[in-house]
Design a protein around this ligand. Sequence first.
Ligand SMILES: [Zn+2]
Length: 91
Amino acid sequence: MGSRQLDIDCGKCGTFIVRYRKEGSGQLIRLYLDKILQPKSLAALKSSGRKSNIPVLICTECDNHIGHPIEHEGKRLAYRMIKGSFKKSSN
Ligand SMILES: [Zn+2]
C-alpha cells in the first residue's frame, strides 16, 4: 500500500495542526513523529529520545487536546490520537 498526505486540523476550531504522511488506509490511531511533515517544530521532536520530552499535542488556538505522547512498542515515538478531537483531509 502507498502513502498519502493528510492534514490534521483541530476538531473544535479548525486550526491546522500537522501535515502527516500516512501509510495504508484505516483510522488514524497513532501519529508517528518520524512521519510528520509540518510544522518543522513538531517534526524535529522525533529525535527527542523519550516520550517524557514530548509535549502533549494541543491546538495552539483553543487548547483542544489532540494527542498524547507514547513510545510505540517501547521505542518509536508517536502521538496517540484522541478520538473525535481532530479532523483530517487529504491533499
Ligand atoms: Zn482549536
